[in-house]
Each structure stands twice: as structure tokens, then as C-alpha cells.
Design a protein around this ligand. Structure first.
Ligand code: FES
Ligand code: FES
Length: 208
């Protein structure tokens, strides 16, 4: 490609404008190449060391196609690519638990998981907890009955952490549940009421 900044390097008869137009056309060709690769996922082999960007994730029982950069976190993908804003971003560095989702039924901080590592796994967010008929999950119902939160920014993280914990210990003592969800923080410091709501949710889950 000719160097537009060096008039002597340009082909004879070419103006600076011609060279710049050529550069722009070259960029357009590159973009088309990317789109072509994206539309034929599975049909081509990726170059060594590259990461396929258009991937399929299993989110809340649905297969979701999404364009994901290799350094992108799951929280970013869920919130800004898939519109699942029930997953909150608080600290964005594995401290608060506001971004908690279940991956293969285990609670994880989605701000600290690379989306590409969740391929082939079952991802569940707060939007996927209610039944198809709209009936709330027992833990969500526990929140309704006990009014356990103030601003509720931390709520979806607490609910997902509790749902995950109850899968391994469905009948916890209050102390056990407090320990089980201790990776979640509430900046309103409403812990006692939150725990009461989560315990109510556990009780409703055992009756369900
Ligand atoms: S936002 Fe992920 S742990 Fe705080
Ligand atoms: S209720 Fe406000 S952050 Fe927990």
C-alpha cells in the first residue's frame, strides 16, 4: 500500500486523495472478512491463537448467540449484550457479590468470569428463576414476604447465592445460611432482614 504521508512513495499519477480512498477501501474489505467468518461459525477453523467471537451461550434455558470479545466478562455480556440487567455490577472485582449468577448450579461472580469460559455450561440469572407461568421462585417469594432489602441493589446477588447454596444444603440453620452467602455484601447493611428473607425462602422451597 502506498504511503500517503510520503508523496514520493505514491504510484505515478496518484493523488493523495486516491491513496486515502484506497486505504479506506482496504478497511472495508477487512470488515467484510470478519462478517464472513462470523456467519460461517463451525464451517471454518479459527487461526491458531485466535478466539471465535460469535458464540452460543446457554442462558436461562435458551441458546443465545452473542458476539463476545476474548477479554469480556460474563457480567458485561449478560448486561450489555443480552439485556439481562438483573445481574448487577457493584465492585467489578470479586468483592461484593452483586453480580452473582449460577453456572452449572454453582454461584459465581460473573464480573470475574471470562464469558468464553462459560461456553457449554448452564448459566442462570435472576431473570431465569421464575417459572414459565410467572410463579416466583421460593427465594424470591421470601423476599416479597419479609421485605428484606432497602435499596435492593444487592438483592439479585443475594437471591442467586441463596438459590445456589440451598442446592447443597436445603435445610440450613440461620448461621449456616449466613456463612453460605457470606460472599455477598450489602452496602445498606441490612443483613439481619436479608437473612430472615432468605431463611423464609428456604422454608418455602422445602414446602414447594
Ligand atoms: S460486581 Fe462482581 S463481585 Fe462485585
Ligand atoms: S439493600 Fe441496599 S445494597 Fe443491599
Amino acid at each position: 500500500m502506498a504511503d500517503a504521508s510520503n508523496p514520493e512513495a505514491m504510484p505515478k499519477g496518484w493523488s493523495r486523495r486516491d491513496v486515502i480512498k484506497g486505504v479506506i477501501a482496504g478497511g472495508a474489505v477487512s470488515s467484510a472478512g470478519y462478517l464472513f467468518r462470523a456467519s460461517t461459525v463451525g464451517a471454518q477453523t479459527s487461526a491458531p491463537g485466535s478466539v471465535e467471537r460469535l458464540i452460543t451461550l446457554n442462558v436461562n434455558g435458551q441458546q443465545r448467540r452473542v458476539d463476545v470479545m476474548k477479554q469480556e466478562t460474563l457480567a458485561t455480556t449478560l448486561r450489555y449484550k443480552l439485556g439481562l440487567t438483573g445481574t448487577k455490577l457493584g465492585c467489578d472485582r470479586s468483592e461484593c457479590g452483586a453480580c452473582t449468577v449460577l453456572i452449572d448450579d454453582v454461584p459465581h461472580y460473573s464480573c470475574s468470569i471470562l464469558t468464553h469460559t462459560a461456553r457449554g455450561k448452564k448459566i442462570q440469572t435472576i431473570e431465569g428463576l421464575a417459572a414459565a407461568d410467572g410463579a416466583l421462585h421460593p427465594v424470591q417469594q421470601g423476599v416479597i414476604e419479609e421485605q428484606g432489602f432497602q435499596c435492593a441493589f444487592c438483592m439479585s446477588g443475594f437471591v442467586m447465592a441463596t438459590v445456589g447454596y440451598l442446592k447443597v444444603n436445603p435445610n440450613p440453620t440461620r448461621a449456616e445460611l449466613a456463612h453460605g452467602i457470606s460472599g455477598n455484601l450489602c452496602r445498606c447493611q441490612d443483613y439481619d432482614k436479608i437473612l430472615t428473607a432468605m431463611m423464609r425462602g428456604a422454608e418455602l422451597a422445602r414446602k414447594a
